[in-house]
Structures are given as structure tokens and as C-alpha cells.
Design a protein around this ligand. Structure first.
Ligand code: ADP
Ligand code: MG
Length: 355
């Protein structure tokens, strides 16, 4: 029945606010993993090892060899809006790191059991801390919540257990652990191609072989071969173009007219962050259609760097979407360049078969 008097307005409990915010940022395990990978890369890591149990719902563990975290910072590590990457609003204009608002770890700590083990170069031991709802928490009931010294190598290991335990509706929505694992593998594969000086491995708990394993020294083509297969890797054309008028640089690898599959694979990074763009996807598909058989599609890895002052990364908490100036002009310039590359390969092939 509708109320006859207005209901009074009250402030929500901060824990409720945080849980709501967390649910917007972390919709599926892959979103937590993406944040953790970006943090590891931001910390200068050259090796990321990922371990996954039950599609990431039971365990997501990522071990890096980056800078580590100062012991003194551990008490506020998982508080909302604590970050080492942004100090004032203007900094958003030139943000070069993946993270920028200190929400990822806070969010995860509200919806999962989070354990951090970390060692900086100058510390003589590693420190382990557990978190619950933004705060340090005891590992077991009755224990002290203070970080504990443990043995360990330089870098950080983050273990996320029982994701969505505190939001049972969300937890129940996941029907298939293997679907979630496939999303994780897809995302790790993307970063493993893009972060070309970083070693990646991703393994399902209990399996002896890794789903993804690339060495630090592997070239981008080698990475694509290992992750997406030889049929893609042997038909790649590299491209690189820029235009100061629109403040962008674009480079990548795209399959030539010999390669054609049912669905486009687009690995898109804007300022080193993996994002989606239906406008770019559509434009690329149009560019390829004269070169491929009907219903044929390409594989394209595109790294787009745009002057940070022209990009708004602050569109949505997930940062899955970015807005930038002169989008139409930039997309057109990139596609025109790819078209010329495809045409050149096509001509040389016609030429070879003619002679
Ligand atoms: P943001 O990345 O937006 O700063 P996060 O919640 O993702 O927010 O991380 C908070 C802070 O924790 C980071 O600014 C960084 O200083 C530290 N941090 C997180 N993960 C790592 C890591 N793997 N190695 C070193 N420092 C880390
Ligand atoms: Mg982050």
C-alpha cells in the first residue's frame, strides 16, 4: 500500500553504500581480476602469476614481482578513495596509470575475503594482512588484525576468496564456473598481448598445465601465436599511424585478407587500458568487409594512445568506457590506414600470382 505520509529521508550506513558501490564496479570475477592485473602492472611488475578456483568465485590469486606496498600503508590500503596515483582533481588530466581512485581494493574487501602479502625491496620480510569491509581484520576469529611478518619475495600477492559471499543474490546469479573462467582467460590473454615486457601465467587450481603462459621476452607476435593460435599469428600485418591534429598515436597488428573467421576479435587498449568501443569495432568491420568473404571477420590488436588531456576516463566507475575528443576523425584515420595496409598486401598477392 502506498504511504499516506512521506517517508523520512535517512543517510545509508557507509557499509551499505560501499557494498552498493562494489557491486557496480565488480560485476563478475573477471572485473576484480582486471583491477588486480592493472594494479600489478602499475607497480612495475614484470611477472604476473594468476591462480583461479571455481571461475574465480572461490579464489582469485595474483602474484606479482612489483614494488610491493609499504607496511605503514597497509592499514589504509583497502579504505575507499585511498590511492598512491592521484592527488588532486587536475591529475586526472594526465593520468598515466591504470588505477586512479582507490576504489578497487576497497570494493573487493566489501564483497570478498581479501588477503594481501607484500614485500618492498627495503623490507627484510614480507607482511601479510587480511581485510574485511575496508579495514584490517584478523585472519581467524580472536587473532589480532595487525599485519604479520612472513617469509616472501619482493612483490605482492593478493588472494580474493569467496567473492560475493556478502551479496548472495549476485553470488547465486553465477551458474557456470567455466563461463567465468573463460572470461578470465580472455582478459588475461588481452593483457598478455598488450603488456609486452611482462610474463603472464594463468592456471586453474588443481590442473598441472597453465591455460596461458608467456615469457617476459616473448614478442607480441609470439604472444598472439601462443594465445590465439598460429593461424592468426601467421597472417598479421603491423600498422602504426598518428596525427598531431587529433593528438593520437595508434599501432597494432591486424590480420590480412587471407584470414577470416565468423566473429571479430578486437583487442582494444586506449592509453594502455583494455576497453570496449562499439564505434571502433563497427568501423573496423566495415574496413574489412571489401577484403573478406561475406560474413568473414578479422583479428585486430589495436593500441591507441590519446593525449590524456583529450580523454575522459571518468565516465563510469568500471572505466570500461572512455570518451575522447574527435572520436570520428581518429577512428576514420586509423581505419583508412588499416585499409591501405590491407590493400597493399592484397596487391602484392595478386602481383605474385600473376607473375
Ligand atoms: P588505485 O589503483 O585506483 O590507486 P586500488 O584500490 O586498485 O586503487 O589500489 C590502492 C593502492 O594500493 C594503489 O594506489 C597502490 O598504491 C596499492 N596497490 C594495489 N595493488 C598493488 C600491487 N599489486 N603492488 C603494489 N601496490 C599496490
Ligand atoms: Mg587499481
Amino acid at each position: 500500500t502506498p504511504p499516506t505520509h512521506p517517508r523520512r529521508i535517512r543517510a545509508l550506513d557507509p557499509d551499505v553504500v560501499n557494498k552498493i558501490a562494489a557491486g557496480e564496479i565488480i560485476v563478475a570475477p573477471v572485473h576484480a581480476l582486471k583491477e588486480l592485473m592493472e594494479n600489478a602492472v602499475d607497480a612495475g611488475s614484470t611477472s604476473l602469476e594468476i591462480l583461479v578456483k571455481e571461475g574465480g568465485l572461490k579464489l582469485l590469486q595474483i602474484t606479482d614481482n612489483g614494488s610491493g606496498i609499504e607496511k605503514e600503508d597497509l592499514p589504509i590500503l583497502c579504505e575507499r578513495f585511498t590511492t598512491s596515483k592521484l592527488q588532486k582533481f587536475e591529475d586526472l588530466q594526465a593520468i598515466a596509470t591504470y588505477g586512479f581512485r582507490g576504489e578497487a581494493l576497497a570494493s573487493i574487501s566489501h564483497i570478498a575475503h581479501l588477503t594481501v602479502t607484500t614485500k618492498t625491496k627495503d623490507s627484510n620480510c614480507a607482511w601479510r594482512a587480511c581485510y574485511d569491509s575496508g579495514r584490517l581484520a584478523p585472519a581467524k576469529p580472536g587473532q589480532s588484525p595487525d599485519p604479520k611478518p612472513v617469509a616472501g619475495r619482493q612483490g605482492t600477492q593478493i588472494a580474493v576468496e569467496d567473492l560475493f559471499y556478502s551479496v548472495p543474490n549476485r553470488r547465486r546469479a553465477f551458474r557456470s564456473a567455466s563461463d567465468e573462467y573463460n572470461k578470465i582467460i580472455d582478459m588475461v590473454g588481452r593483457y598478455a598481448v598488450h603488456c609486452s615486457n611482462v610474463a603472464f601465467s594463468c592456471k586453474k587450481h588443481g590442473e598441472s598445465s597453465s591455460s596461458i603462459a608467456v615469457q617476459t621476452s616473448a614478442s607480441i607476435v609470439d604472444r598472439i601465436r601462443q594465445i590465439y593460435g598460429g593461424s592468426v599469428a601467421s597472417e598479421l600485418v603491423d600498422f602504426s599511424t598518428s596525427d598531431d591534429r587529433w593528438g593520437f598515436k595508434a599501432a597494432g597488428l591486424a590480420t590480412n585478407a587471407n584470414y577470416s573467421v565468423k566473429k571479430t576479435t578486437l583487442l582494444l587498449f586506449i592509453n594502455h587500458r583494455c576497453v570496449e568501443s562499439s564505434n571502433i569495432r563497427k568501423a573496423i568491420e566495415q574496413t574489412y568487409s571489401p577484403f573478406l568473404p561475406k560474413s568473414g571477420h578479422p583479428f585486430v590488436y589495436l593500441s591507441l594512445e590519446i593525449d590524456p588531456r583529450r580523454v575522459d576516463v571518468n565516465v563510469h566507475p568500471t572505466k570500461r568506457e572512455v570518451n575522447f575528443l574527435n572520436e570520428d576523425e581518429i577512428i576514420q584515420a586509423i581505419c583508412e590506414h588499416i585499409r591501405s595496409k590491407l590493400a597493399a598486401v592484397d596487391t602484392s598477392r595478386t602481383f605474385l600470382t600473376q607473375t
